[in-house]
Design a protein. Sequence first.
Length: 251
Amino acid sequence: MFKLKGKKSFVLLSTLFMTLLPKQAEAMHIAEGFLPIKWAGIWWAVALPFLALGIRQIKELVKEQGAGVKVLLAVTGAFVFVLSSLKLPSLTGSCSHPTGIGLGAILFGPWPMVVLGSIVLLFQAILLAHGGLTTLGANLFSMAIVGAFVAYGVYRLLKSMGAPQWLSVFLAATLGDLMTYVTTATQLAWAFPSGEGGILLSLTKFLSVFAVTQLPLAITEGLLTVLVFNLIHQYNENELRELAVISKGRE
């Protein structure tokens, strides 16, 4: 079970996140009805197997770790919800947002984050008109599948190489964020190829739209994730060792 002191810190952290929630959310999830039906269906078909496996993995996680892990899952979900709801204007005239997905991928692995990401995206689509139901599969694939697996892979790779904890967390969250937008740009390029340059030209245009904003935004998310991870580490070090997030030896 998680310590009482840790629970209090999580409640405080969750309250802080919720106070930052914007009144409107119009960031760069693919909007409802924007994708052609064919592509919306394709991304649903691709995402559903990941979701099914994620549900099974999260059930096993709760069974192995006990009910106490639900507290950390809930806080992680709140972190993803708030960060991915923030609307940050781009210098290119569009909008971008953090994803928050890297923290959960580091703590639990990528599969549970597919489930949490789907819940977050569903609530945002219904309550905030952020993203959409037809485009949920595409948004789920870019943010909660690609973003989560990239963040998890980077973290594990750096830890296996003996990199410092803070650097592993920072680069995992940063690159997970960036690859979410690379994936979204690719999805849009496939759906809307340029009449002259085809998919490649279209991809270049979509990437350039978000690059100006997303790079510093990804770095900021990486720094914030380090701060939140350190807070969790401070109060729940034993639980992080049980989850194999940190080694059982000295960090």
